[in-house]
Design a protein around this ligand. Structure first.
Ligand SMILES: [Ca+2]
Ligand SMILES: [Ca+2]
Length: 412
């Protein structure tokens, strides 16, 4: 069937996250936004009888590090690795988060189901299961580094660059075009999916009733991909956004100046972009306040779009204090007030690879617990020497946690 339910989601993180609201018309989050506190702004939930509480971010609205929007539900990932969900719950997509609700590093929301990626590389799914989208993950459930979800479909990206799909089988949505390798990110919405490759091209497959899988030339230079329902968005390295597919509300055309973007999300018929200066841009359909802008429109690092609602994460960045402490989700002003070094919006404290209790972001020698500096100003051991140490098994006991931290750093 070529026209099955086509709404939905935007999976969380289709901003390659190496980078990493509201106005008078929108429902206010349940607690006030603060500068750089990891709060989520939500808007566009009025009208049409569609308010399922998807804009009512549960308190405390703080410490979030990622957002995802389903059809009418919302997910937020907290810095402590737990998931918070709110909004429509007719299939348990918000309440049935499997326990233990810990160690998550990424999230994705489909039409009425949800996915969470654990630090150990396994995927957990809950919510609607009419096509096996929550239960039919082909084994082994290991080595995943990213997740995406559309309408009845779930996808996982493996560390080896391949993509696994399960759930709905129509429209070729599970048929990743060959050779199906070298992917570094995945996105899905409605009935189609996108994969970003290491060569910076985008591969798309699935439903193509509006040409949403035909990536315009030149298909190169992309650093992120996002899927809307029946359309697609790609973020280029020059920070501009390219759109293709359905455009009945202008949802695929980022307004001028089409520059400075670091993240993008596609909903049903509206789109969101976040700029490197932390501001949000919205375009497309505006019948339920979708295109309202947050006030103040600053400090944001990530966006997500449901059918009609919008989510934006106010993130801050990593701040290294003079005592070596790393503050996650700090604002520039908070960091300045404590004479810290701010690493920019969307930056993370990261893990602690060498176990010296100094976060990698703040660690002058992130591979050396003794933090020894040579007269030439180099750390001992160097990165390559550290690799040899690891291979020699000297840190074998710590290897598992190191890998987990690396995975978290790569995904978060
Ligand atoms: Ca360290
Ligand atoms: Ca160190």
């Amino acid at each position: 069937m070529s026209c099955r339910r086509q709404r939905n989601d935007v999976s969380a993180a289709w901003v390659l996250s190496f980078l990493a609201a509201f106005s008078i018309s929108i429902a206010a989050p349940s607690s006030a936004r603060g500068a750089g506190d990891g709060s989520i702004a939500a808007w566009g939930c009025q009208g049409g009888g569609t308010d399922f509480g998807q804009c009512n971010v549960p308190a405390p609205n703080a410490d979030f590090v990622a957002v995802a929007a389903g059809y009418y539900h919302s997910l937020g990932l907290k810095a402590d690795g737990s998931i918070v969900a709110w909004g429509r719950d007719d299939f348990g997509q918000t309440t049935n988060i499997p326990v233990p609700n810990t160690d998550f590093v990424a999230i994705a929301a489909g039409e009425r189901h949800s996915l969470g990626l654990k630090a150990n590389g396994s995927i957990v799914a809950w919510g609607r299961n009419d096509f096996g989208q929550t239960t039919n993950l082909p084994g082994p459930n290991t080595d995943f580094i990213a997740v995406a979800a559309g309408d009845g479909i779930s996808l996982g990206l493996k560390a080896n660059g391949t993509i696994v799909a399960w759930g709905y089988t129509g429209n070729g949505i599970q048929t990743v075009p060959p050779p199906g390798t070298d992917f570094i990110a995945v996105a899905a919405s409605g009935g189609h999916a996108l994969g970003l490759k290491t060569d910076s091209s985008i591969v798309a497959w699935g439903l193509h009733d509006y040409d949403q899988i035909w990536v315009p030339e030149p298909n190169t230079g992309f650093i992120a991909a996002a899927a809307g329902v029946q359309y697609s968005l790609g973020l280029k390295g020059d920070r501009s956004i390219v759109g293709w597919g359905r455009n009945n509300y202008g949802q695929r055309d980022a307004p001028p100046p089409n520059t400075g973007f670091m993240g993008v999300a596609g909903g049903y018929q509206h789109s969101l972009g976040v700029k490197t200066n932390g501001s949000i841009v919205v375009w497309g359909q505006d019948v339920f306040g979708q295109t309202a802008l947050p006030v103040p429109n600053t400090g944001f690092i990530a966006v997500a779009a449901g059918v009609f609602h919008s989510l934006a994460l106010e993130g801050g960045g990593a701040c290294c204090l003079t005592n070596g402490t790393c503050l996650q989700l700090a604002s520039q002003s908070q960091c300045d007030a404590q004479s810290g070094v701010f690493h920019g919006l969307g930056s993370s404290c990261g893990g602690d690879l060498d176990g010296d209790s100094i976060a990698d972001t703040c660690d002058q020698c992130p591979f050396d617990p003794t933090n020894t500096i040579t007269p030439e100003g180099q750390c001992i051991p160097t990165l390559s020497q550290w690799g040899l140490i690891v291979m020699a098994g000297l840190v074998a006991a710590a290897g598992g946690s190191i890998l987990a931290k690396r995975r978290r750093a790569a995904v978060s």
